[in-house]
Design a protein around this ligand. Structure first.
Ligand code: BGC
Length: 348
């Protein structure tokens, strides 16, 4: 055998010192220099919009929690445009994500994206809104029917007899169906009894506050302002509806519901123009989802607390609990939990 040249010996010594020669060094724990570097888990997070005030909180909480768990996060937001969301998700798929966390703009057409992700061996978590008719791997949300029940219970307690306008959220969002279903459990029996008259009953496309405002203006005109209670599915639409009421000097005289505990909604509650909202701590929702996504990327099978049927399968689900917020418990629920400071709520 030829003696190794001086140059080769020197190179090998240098390489040994750096721990770069295969087979040398310590035993094979992951991350040591004698193994291929461990690939970071990559998670794609696709949101339908950042318009409602909650979404930047979802996004920041998710990114922070997933990064703390060592994952790399790619975020996309789709401006309420399902075509844009489709191309953004397809882009995430080509970037080699391990798990896709998808809050769908359109609950039905998003099923195609689940199939595309699965074809690329990517697991899919349906975030906040359920993707229908697809083999979704997991679902994290709140008990959305309960959200509607909280709204319905509150509004019927305040106005047990009278004229109602019933607004629902976007028809493309399965949550909107559940919110309305929950609320109608309380409203419908009183309609059947003849105590409540529903004078208006329509969904708001894309949850758009400006559309909600126009719809409320038209409904007020058509009914000569004769309304006692308005079921608004979230704070954004409540804002538009309350503007329409204000034009008629009716703000504060009509009971209006909401959801999300947005600062603008809370300020309206303090001012007396909105009657209630629902608090969903989306920080927890995002953190739990990040944890779940990392576990799924590692091939673990997490145990979840529920199953929700999406017309194809019973999706293993984690459902968190929503809380009613009125003037009386803003401090306890929102200030004590660090959602808002007192200055934010009561300051100018
Ligand atoms: C969410 C609500 C939100 C609404 C509009 C729903 O799916 O659960 O929190 O207000 O979408 O974005």
């Amino acid at each position: 055998m030829r003696k190794p040249s001086k140059f080769l010996v020197a190179t090998m010594i240098a390489a040994l010192a750096l721990g770069l020669v295969a087979g040398c060094g310590t035993s094979g724990t992951s991350g040591t220099a004698n193994q291929a570097p461990v690939k970071k888990i990559k998670i794609g997070f696709s949101l339908p919009t950042l318009k409602e005030a909650r979404y930047p909180i979802d996004k920041d909480s998710f990114v922070k929690a997933a990064q703390d768990l060592g994952a790399e996060i790619l975020v996309q937001t789709a401006n309420n445009d399902e075509t844009l969301q489709k191309s953004q998700v397809e882009d995430l798929i080509t970037q080699g994500i391990n798990v896709l966390v998808l809050d769908p703009q359109n609950a039905v057409s998003a099923a195609d994206l689940v199939n595309e992700a699965h074809n690329a061996k990517i697991k899919v978590i349906s975030y906040d809104r359920l993707i229908m008719n697809a083999d979704v791997d997991a679902y994290v949300s709140f008990d959305n029917e309960k959200v509607g029940e909280l709204q319905g219970e509150y509004i019927t307690k305040q106005v047990a007899k009278g004229n109602y306008f019933v607004f629902a959220g976007a028809p493309t969002d399965n949550n909107a169906t559940l919110f309305k279903k929950g609320a109608m459990k309380f409203i419908q029996p009183l309609v059947d009894k003849g105590d409540i008259k529903v004078l208006f009953d329509q969904p708001v496309p894309d949850w758009d506050p400006a559309k909600a405002m126009t719809m409320a203006e038209n409904a007020l005109t058509a009914n000569k302002n004769n309304v006692n209670a308005i079921l608004a599915p979230n704070d954004g639409t409540a804002g538009g509806i309350i503007q329409a009421l204000a034009e008629q000097k009716l703000a504060g005289k009509v009971v209006v519901t909401g959801q999300d505990s947005e600062l603008a909604g809370i300020k309206r509650i303090v001012a007396g123009t909105q009657s209630m909202t629902v608090f969903k701590d989306v920080r927890t929702e995002a953190q739990e989802t990040a944890k779940l996504a990392v576990e799924m990327a590692k091939g673990q099978a997490p145990t979840l607390n529920s199953k929700v049927n999406n017309q194809k399968i019973d999706v293993p689900s984690l459902l968190l609990t929503p809380i009613v917020v009125t003037k009386d418990n803003i401090d306890k629920v929102l200030v004590d939990s660090g959602w808002f400071t007192k200055a934010q709520v009561y300051g100018n």
